[in-house]
Design a protein around this ligand. Structure first.
Ligand SMILES: [Zn+2]
Ligand SMILES: [Zn+2]
Length: 180
């Protein structure tokens, strides 16, 4: 999904982008990310406007749902993303006339350069999805994780491993029960 800057009219462009789940999965897979998978199609409503000196402002809303794996309990859970994006793109000029690659990095995020006459709208959206995935993926802030001894998911199950070791009250109760 590439936009030619020279073709953006005074009124700007309003674009609706849809990508089905499988296609989206392939696109994101190319980025080398494998700690999440897409669980829905992607819907993006984008607005592209051109201003003086080739400045292009891209804004919009992106909706997608991902399946993520919690690092603590290893459970897979769904996370719906509603991303608002807003970028200012400036034309990239070089003195020698030969353009060199400028990668989008964290610091440049809301502010970037484009080369030649093209802006790849889809790449911007994909970057934004990847950035919306938290660095440390947790199903919930208070996720209890897995029992290190028996491996049950402590969010949904209880186990006695810890009780046996640490909690003297429960140990007493256990002795009491086994005697009777
Ligand atoms: Zn968890
Ligand atoms: Zn246990």
């Amino acid at each position: 999904m590439k936009i030619k800057v020279s073709e953006i009219s005074e009124d700007g462009l309003s674009l609706t982008i849809r990508k089905d789940k499988n296609h989206l999965e392939k696109l994101l897979g190319k980025e080398g990310e494998d700690d999440f998978i897409c669980n829905s199609s992607l819907l993006a409503n984008m607005r592209v406007e051109k201003f003086r000196a080739g400045t292009v402002i891209i804004s919009g809303k992106v909706k997608v749902s991902l399946l993520l794996r919690c690092v603590r309990c290893l459970d897979i859970f769904e996370k719906s993303l509603n991303i608002n994006l807003n970028y200012t793109f400036l034309p990239f000029f070089t003195k020698g006339g030969s353009a060199k690659e400028v990668e989008l990095t964290g610091e440049d995020l809301e502010f970037a350069f484009y080369h030649g006459d093209e802006i790849n709208l889809l790449n911007i959206i994909l970057e934004e999805i990847i950035l919306a995935v938290p660095y440390k993926i947790l199903c919930q802030e208070e996720c209890l994780g897995l029992c290190a001894v028996c491996g049950v998911n402590l969010n949904f199950n209880e186990c006695r491993c810890r009780d046996d070791r640490c909690d003297p009250r429960l140990a007493l109760l256990k002795n009491f029960r086994s005697k009777n």
